[in-house]
Design a protein around this ligand. Sequence first.
Ligand SMILES: Nc1ncnc2c1ncn2[C@@H]1O[C@H](COP(=O)(O)OP(=O)(O)OP(=O)(O)O)[C@@H](O)[C@H]1O
Length: 484
Amino acid sequence: MAAIKEESDYDSSRSSLTAPDSRRSWISDIGSSSSVSVCSFGGGDTPASSCCYKPHKANQAEWEAIRRVRAAAGGRVGLEHFRLVRRLGSGDLGNVYLCQLREPWSTGCLYAMKVVDKEALAFRKKLRRAEVERDILRTLDHPFLPTLYADFEASHYACLVMEFCPGGDLHVARQRQPGRRFSISSTRFYVAETVLALEYLHMMGVVYRDLKPENVLVRGDGHIMLSDFDLSLKCDVVAKLLRQSKPPPAPPAASSSSHVPSCVPPTIQPVLSCLFNGMNKCHAKEGRRANDGDGDETEQETETEPEVVVEPVAARSKSFVGTHEYLAPEVISGQGHGSAVDWWTLGVFMYEMVYGQTPFKGESNEKTLVNIIKQPVSFPRIAAAAAASGREWDELQRAQDLMSQLLVKNPKKRLGSSMGSAEVKKHPFFKGVNWALVRSVRPPEVPPKPRPAPAPAPKKVMMMSKKERQEPYNYRPDERFEYF
Ligand SMILES: Nc1ncnc2c1ncn2[C@@H]1O[C@H](COP(=O)(O)OP(=O)(O)OP(=O)(O)O)[C@@H](O)[C@H]1O
């Protein structure tokens, strides 16, 4: 298929819209994005503070090993500390390698290292995309999102050391399922985890924009990890109070715009909702219990609860960005898009999981785009017939209802567009899902444990003197970078 000149919200020039392979991600700026936060690749290594504090993963052996290296190497981690085992894959920006820490720090822990050639990317005007991905990864700390253990530069290469996912991606996993479709219960599991990951991203002011099964990796424990943030839009975070029937006693921290990070422009305003909305409902229920017999008063109290939403609903970009079959109508029309694109792509993602195909795929990329704009969503009978039990049938109906609401062409009327993830999570398809405990649920499949990487050739190690082994590894670019 024809290639596209790829650019981004972060590039200044514009490009044509000829499309590549319909499953490849790409980005083409056909207008101005409203605002993005961009920091450039600084030379040198990650400041220890920028990716060291990840409370969710703090007790991991992988973190512990990296911490030991930092402690021994004056706070910095570099390429010299790693041994590349094999290439895991490659994408538009670079290659991803399986790696391990070198002796004496090796603990057997495996990492995934994404290596991008900065010079080549600068030439292709894609350096900013890599920078944005790195900046986003540095901020993430969530069970279903990548942990960035370290990032550093070596010569003209930029390296990101992340959590390794041995389970492959959901696109490949789907091919292994009977009929190449996930069951409704497996779909619910993966979609629920994806909703939580999107919820967190939106709260952090990140519109993901590239949800598709290929970008959903399976971790060692069978839970998911969204990957590939180079098409994401990083925007401003401003908490917004959507509804309040009486003035608040004191401005809560979350409702103040004084927490806006100073480095981001003010035009894109995510609305804080997912956390507080749920919390408020909780408080309202407690109030009801506490005020038994005085329902009216409780009801009144509930109404005074502020509705706070964490969604970058005011985010606006006009970049033509994504993967053909997953593009939202507002992206194709170029009218400007925001976080609602992630709820659209969630609908396409769910459809592909259930039916083994995307909903608007045409004979060509152009036809696909026309279908996305014009064709109403319809559901194949084939999967309906395959849904044997009555229970599965009911669940399929609920799944279809959710997909229909996510695949609404008008982004303003789409589920999730006004109240964010809170709306999506309330859909009957997720009935019975305990959102707080999703990460403790047994996944549909757990990948087999990866075999330990073969030990490095002992000869080289033996030839080094003790003094040499203790010295920092002195890499020689022409020798080392034949890997990349
Ligand atoms: N953490 C990981 N664990 C295991 N494999 C990974 C990991 N991250 C990436 N990969 C593999 O490497 C491949 C390329 O990674 P990635 O998609 O991040 O690169 P990219 O250059 O950003 O690609 P794209 O062209 O999609 O933007 C993926 O398809 C996946 O197979």
